[in-house]
Design a protein around this ligand. Structure first.
Ligand code: SAH
Ligand code: SF4
Length: 385
C-alpha cells in the first residue's frame, strides 16, 4: 500500500531545470546553451532513462566540473508516488501525487511477455463524457512532460529493473489514463517522443498508443509531430447518441472525427496500420444488436479494429455494465460482419485498477477462437478475464 523504500521522496519544485522531461533535441539545446558539447545530452539521457540515475554525482562519464554545475542548475525529478498497490494478478497501480496536491493514476498490466503501462496526461478532464469518472472530476491542469514520462520512469524503477538488467518492465504504453492527451498536445508529444527514443525507452511506435475522444483540430496536426498508434473513443454508432455521451461530438461529429483519424493513418509510412475504435458498452444505452449493426455499417471499409470495453462501474455513475451475453451478442454481430474485434476484461479488480477508466487485458480474436474450440461458451470467456 505504501511506496517502497527504494523510491526516494521527491523535493518540491525548484528553480532548477528538470531534465527528466526534455526530449533529445531539447537536452542538446540545453547543453549547447551551457557551452557544452551536444553529445552530453546522449550521455545524460542514458543515465536517466536507461539506468534510472537521478544524482548527477553518479554520472561518472561527465567531468567533475560539469557534474557540479548540473547539480546547481538542474535536477532529475520524477513525480512522487503517494501509493503503490499490487493486485494478485500482477497488475500494479500507482497513485501519483502531482504539484498542487492532486493525484493521478498509472497502471501496469503484465500479460505473458508483454507489460502495458496506462499513463495519465492531465489532472482531471474537461470533456465530461457522461460515463467517465475522470470527466466527473472536472479539469484541474495539464501534466508536464516530466510528469508524463515520469510515470514510465517510476514504473520501471519500482521493479529494480535498472540494477538487475532483466527484460523490459514496460513493453507497451497506452495514453488511456486520466485526461485527454490531445488537449495537452506539446507535453504529450514530448513524452511520446521519449518513449520511442532509443536513448530513452526505445519502444516501437506501434507499441505506444494515443487515445482520443476526438479533439479533431489537434488530431489533424498530430501526424506532423508523432507517428504512434491511434485509438479513437467512439462509443456510439450515430451522432445523436454520441452527442449525448461524448459531448465533444457536438463540436466535431463522427464523420469529421473518422476522416481526421484516417488522414492521420494515411500520413504514416507504415500502410498496414489501422485505427483502434474503442467502444465502451453501457447496458441499455449503446449495447443492442441493432446498434452493433449500425456500427458495422458506419465502419464498413474503414481501416480499423474494434475494442469493446464493458463499462467499469464507479459510485453514482448512473450506468451499468452489460451482461456477458449482451457483450457476446454485440461482439458476434461485428465479427460476423468481418471486423477484428477484441473485448477488454478488467484486470486488477482487487485493487480497483481501472485507471479511472478502462485498463484491462485484451482478449484477442485468436485466443477467443481457441477457447471456443476448447468448448467454452462465449459468456464464460468474457467473464473469465
Ligand atoms: N481521454 C482519452 C483517453 C483516456 S480515457 C479518451 O477518452 O480516449 C481511455 C478510454 O477509457 C476511453 O475510450 C474512454 O472513453 C474509456 N472510458 C472512460 N471511462 C470508462 C468507464 N467507466 N468504463 C469503461 N471505459 C471507460
Ligand atoms: Fe476525458 Fe477521455 Fe474521460 Fe472523456 S473519456 S472525460 S475525454 S478522460
Amino acid at each position: 500500500m505504501t511506496a517502497p523504500d527504494h523510491i526516494i521522496a521527491t523535493t518540491p519544485a525548484s528553480d532548477r531545470r528538470n531534465l527528466l522531461g526534455l526530449t533529445r533535441s531539447q537536452l542538446e539545446t540545453f547543453f549547447v546553451d551551457l557551452g557544452e558539447k551536444r553529445f552530453r545530452a546522449q550521455q545524460v539521457m542514458k543515465w536517466i532513462h536507461h539506468r534510472g540515475v537521478r544524482d548527477f554525482d553518479d554520472m561518472t562519464d561527465l567531468s567533475r566540473a560539469l557534474r557540479d554545475r548540473l547539480s546547481q542548475i538542474a535536477e532529475v525529478t520524477p513525480p512522487r508516488i503517494a501509493e503503490q498497490q499490487d493486485s494478485q494478478d500482477g497488475t500494479r497501480k500507482w497513485a501519483i501525487a502531482v504539484e498542487g496536491g492532486s493525484l493521478v493514476e498509472a497502471v501496469l498490466i503484465p500479460e505473458g511477455d508483454r507489460a502495458t503501462l496506462c499513463v495519465s496526461s492531465q489532472v482531471g478532464c474537461s470533456l465530461d463524457c457522461t460515463f467517465c469518472s475522470t470527466g466527473k472530476q472536472g479539469f484541474q491542469r495539464d501534466l508536464t512532460a516530466a510528469e508524463i514520462i515520469g510515470q514510465v520512469w517510476l514504473a520501471i524503477n519500482s521493479y529494480d529493473a535498472w540494477q538487475s538488467g532483466k527484460g523490459r518492465v514496460v513493453t507497451n504504453v497506452v495514453m488511456m489514463g486520466m485526461g485527454e492527451p490531445l488537449l495537452n498536445f506539446d507535453n504529450v508529444v514530448a513524452a511520446m517522443n521519449l518513449m520511442c527514443d532509443d536513448l530513452a525507452y526505445g519502444l516501437s511506435k506501434r507499441k505506444v498508443t494515443l487515445s482520443t475522444s476526438g479533439v479533431v483540430p489537434n488530431l489533424d496536426r498530430l501526424a506532423e509531430w508523432a507517428d504512434v498508434s491511434l485509438a479513437v473513443s467512439l462509443h456510439a454508432p450515430n451522432d445523436q447518441l454520441r452527442d449525448e455521451i461524448v459531448p465533444i461530438n457536438r463540436k466535431y461529429p463522427i464523420e469529421r472525427l473518422l476522416a481526421s483519424a484516417k488522414a492521420y493513418l494515411d500520413a504514416q509510412t507504415d500502410k498496414k496500420r489501422v485505427v483502434t475504435i474503442e467502444y465502451t458498452l453501457l447496458a441499455g444505452v449503446n449495447d443492442s444488436v441493432d446498434q452493433a449493426r449500425e456500427l458495422a455499417a458506419l465502419l464498413e471499409d474503414y481501416p480499423c479494429k474494434i475494442n469493446l470495453i464493458p463499462f467499469n462501474d464507479f459510485p453514482d455513475s448512473g450506468y451499468q455494465r452489460p451482461s456477458g451475453n449482451a457483450v457476446s451478442r454485440f461482439w458476434q454481430v461485428l465479427t460476423d460482419a468481418g471486423f477484428v474485434v477484441t473485448v477488454r476484461t478488467t484486470r486488477g479488480d482487487d485493487i480497483d485498477a481501472a485507471c479511472g477508466q478502462l485498463v484491462g487485458e485484451v482478449v484477442d480474436r485468436t485466443r477467443r477462437a481457441e477457447r471456443h474450440r476448447a468448448g467454452r461458451s462465449a459468456q464464460t470467456l468474457l467473464e473469465s478475464g
